[in-house]
Design a protein around this ligand. Sequence first.
Ligand SMILES: Nc1ncnc2c1ncn2[C@@H]1O[C@H](COP(=O)(O)OP(=O)(O)OP(=O)(O)O)[C@@H](O)[C@H]1O
Length: 256
Amino acid sequence: MTEIAISGVSKSFSLGKGEIQALADIEITFPSGSFTALIGPSGCGKSTLLRLIADVFPPTTGSIRVGDHGPDAARLSHEIGFVFQDPTLLPWRNVVENVRLPAEVAKIAPRRDPAALTTLVGLAGFEEARPSQLSGGMQQRVAIARALALDPKVLLMDEPFGALDEITRQRMNMELLRIWKESGATAVLVTHSISEAVFMADTVVVLSANPGRVSEVISVDLPRPRRLDLMRDARFNSYENKVREALFGDDMKVPA
Ligand SMILES: Nc1ncnc2c1ncn2[C@@H]1O[C@H](COP(=O)(O)OP(=O)(O)OP(=O)(O)O)[C@@H](O)[C@H]1O
């Protein structure tokens, strides 16, 4: 069971002679096995928050707990899988070899069979294909399989489908929900899409900028498994409106 607890976290970066405060007073818990979406204006610190959890850098103040330990220990025991917007596959390696890569870098045996993971992400038959022979959506599937190779307890995704067309993106979202359920991981997804956030998440965390703060936490009480026709449901639209209002505040109000 891996809960992520973020307490009193702020993050500042030095920039030239000055300093930029990316995040302030972040207080939030992601329950074990939950799916959380982070949404907010550009520059509000969504990626920074993911990177803090992944131990790319430490917080300036506050603490982060991943399961029973800090992000550094979680990273060292390979408990965190990360998917970026760009799949960043090695072009000279085939699909299975790319999926196996994290285990090779860590000098340990893969905790999940790379060929089985390739099937799990819908790429059976493409095991030997090179990245250049795959579409953008297929490359991103490989990146997801690679993130699962060491059986992480936490899956962090930074706009993984941002570069994909709408049809591929919605398909990938459905598949990602299936893969997430199968993995049992605690998932955190950064997205710019309100409907994607509501469709995927148990909880949508809305951030505001300068510095990044949590402005609203919206629980999405919609049944799972979720299918695309859910998007036509009035309850779905009302959650979208809630997120929209949290993002745009007074700008949403109709002038008298
Ligand atoms: N390594 C870094 N060094 C200096 N400043 C940084 C660094 N990483 C992020 N920042 C700054 O922190 C702030 C938040 O950036 P971040 O990338 O986390 O925002 P974001 O919400 O993910 O943005 P976007 O939606 O545009 O991707 C920005 O002002 C950015 O310039």
